[in-house]
Design a protein around this ligand. Structure first.
Ligand SMILES: Cc1cc2nc3c(=O)[nH]c(=O)nc-3n(C[C@H](O)[C@H](O)[C@H](O)COP(=O)(O)OP(=O)(O)OC[C@H]3O[C@@H](n4cnc5c(N)ncnc54)[C@H](O)[C@@H]3O)c2cc1C
Length: 384
């Protein structure tokens, strides 16, 4: 049976991962990405949980280990910049690999590019489906008909908007914002140490990353501005206002954010949709179910790509059942993670000094217990 023609929209993490698995199963998918090349922004992300066996089966684990950041511990600081405690970040029991988002995207693209057609600097403008296929109109390429379309175009998915309606129907804002900016190579002295200062409603992380250290801002804005993704001046003002008066290295890191031409800024939002597919069109990765704050997005995207390709291969000619089986499998992973976001945001970013003191006391106790019960067991704290 001829393999279906599949269009994947988005070449972030989910898109190239799905392209790899489809091509392994004999398909030749097309991937359209609106950026001119793979996007390089973002901070380090953690490959963990169900993404580890997926990476292993893709044969990319050794490469990811080589690209891993050297970040080994997290130092917590109080609002004045005084050290509270240090937590180790590696674990034998639950292996995780921290790499930059750009490195992960590049490795996945390298694995996928020979088996797929990649169209950069282009995007979809319309999707019209009938019983036999989906007619796709592109901004630059000629219109084409595909058997199936996968929206792997991230949090602000155009596929989701065209097929399911506006993002606001499905977005569940956490009330938090995330922003990052790359720093000069010398900005972090010790490449094995991540430092996190927490004050009520604000957190500032100095992350060594691999080659380019990062400042990561996570905060509740006092007066949340109506969000405009393209308004960099507004993002800069929001960060400057949120971190005004904070000590330690905050003034210098805020200045780096203000001086950067296009720093990363987004409200931290989870996305909850009643269903991830309609007819021949299905959503994957953040487009289907973003999990803000946990640092799980990339791992969920990789696990989802593998599950979707596997279900399509297991049910040739029956995309409806394949989409349903993929969705129910992934919801078992994503659902509990999304439910943890609320409690975790309160734990990570207490609203008051008392809340912060309680959080820090709890962290000290946990740290002492871990050290006592098993000196080699360690814990991972994700910031997003
Ligand atoms: C530049 C960037 C920086 C990020 N930084 C962080 C970070 O610091 N920490 C973190 O935890 N997560 C970050 N993320 C999100 C993280 O990558 C995702 O949570 C996770 O990897 C899920 O991957 P995804 O492939 O579903 O979505 P994404 O990684 O967001 O990839 C989506 C891709 O689709 C493309 N795209 C979007 N719209 C269209 C369109 N209309 N047509 C064609 N292509 C389109 C985007 O350019 C992108 O390449 C970032 C994402 C991006 C794009």
């Amino acid at each position: 049976m001829k393999k279906p023609d599949v269009l994947i929209v988005g070449a972030g993490i989910a898109g190239p991962a799905l392209a790899y698995w489809l091509s392994r199963n004999g398909y030749r998918p097309t991937v359209v990405e609106h950026a001119r090349q793979l996007r390089s922004g973002g901070s380090a992300i953690v490959v963990k949980g169900p993404a580890i066996p997926v990476a292993e089966r893709m044969g990319i684990l050794p490469q990811l280990r080589e690209l891993a950041t050297r970040n080994r511990s997290l130092t917590l600081l109080d609002p004045h910049g005084r050290r509270i405690l240090q937590l180790p970040l590696t674990s034998q029991k639950n292996p995780t690999i921290e790499v930059t988002r750009a490195d992960l995207s590049r490795v996945l693209h390298q694995s996928a590019h020979t088996g797929a057609e990649f169209l950069f600097d282009d995007t979809i403008t319309a999707l019209e489906q009938d019983e036999g296929g989906v007619d796709v109109t592109f901004r630059r390429s000629a219109p084409r008909r595909f058997d199936l379309v996968v929206g792997a175009d991230g949090m602000h998915s155009a596929v989701r908007r065209l097929v399911f309606g506006p993002e606001r129907q499905y977005a569940r804002p956490t009330g938090l914002y995330g922003a990052t900016v790359p720093l000069e190579p010398g900005a972090v002295e010790d490449p094995s140490q991540m430092t996190m200062l927490t004050a009520p409603d604000r957190m500032l992380v100095l992350h060594p990353s691999r080659t380019t250290p990062l400042a990561i801002f996570t905060f509740r804005a006092a007066h949340p501005a109506p969000h405009d993704r393209k308004n960099t001046a507004l993002h800069k003002q929001t960060v400057a206002d949120a971190y005004a008066g904070l000590r330690w290295r905050a003034p210098e890191l805020v200045t780096a954010f203000l001086d950067h031409p296009a720093p990363f800024f987004d409200p931290l939002t989870t996305l909850r949709m009643p269903t991830w597919s309609r007819g021949r069109i299905v959503l994957l990765g953040d487009a289907a179910a973003a999990t803000a704050l946990l640092g799980d997005g990339s791992s969920m995207a990789m696990a989802g790509a593998h599950a979707l390709a596997e279900q399509l291969a297991a049910r040739p000619g029956d995309h409806t059942r394949a989409f349903t089986a993929y969705e129910s499998r992934l919801r078992r992973e994503v659902g509990p993670r999304q439910r943890r976001v609320g409690p975790l945001s309160r734990l990570l970013l207490p609203r008051t000094r008392t809340g912060l003191a309680i959080r820090n006391a709890a962290a000290r106790t946990i740290n002492r217990t871990i050290a006592r019960t098993n000196p080699t067991t360690t814990r991972q704290t994700a910031t997003r």
